[in-house]
Design a protein around this ligand. Structure first.
Ligand SMILES: [Zn+2]
Length: 112
């Protein structure tokens, strides 16, 4: 988990007061990630992100992502959005379909 990188060196007492993914679920908010480089924008349900990262603070959530358009990480900006019922009609939201586990061999040279 990149939570440490996400919140930097903030004091733990302050971290407890940051809005988290569960706060966003409670308030019906969406996480909007925009790339200022290639202008790609995706919206995510915070409940889906909680399955991946846990109940992490919203602050700097973009450090956990790469742009699906250009692959760059440094141009991503995150925002919380509360779309009205009217705005939700026809809105595209990226939903989590499944989490795949990748098996990768790890080798080590040993002396016999
Ligand atoms: Zn991009």
């Amino acid at each position: 988990m990149k939570e440490r990188k996400q919140i930097g060196r903030m004091h733990p007492a302050l971290v407890r007061h940051l809005p988290t993914m569960s706060t966003a679920v409670t308030h019906g908010q969406l996480i909007k990630l925009s790339c200022t480089w290639c202008k790609t924008t995706h919206r995510y349900e915070p409940a889906d992100l909680m399955q991946l990262r846990g109940n992490v603070p919203f602050l700097n959530i973009e450090v956990n992502f790469r742009c699906s358009g250009c692959g760059k990480q440094e141009y991503l900006k995150s925002d919380l959005e509360v779309p009205s019922a009217k705005d939700r009609v026809g809105m595209t939201v990226r939903r989590l379909v499944e989490i795949k586990t990748v098996q990768r061999p790890v080798w080590k040279d040993v002396k016999l």
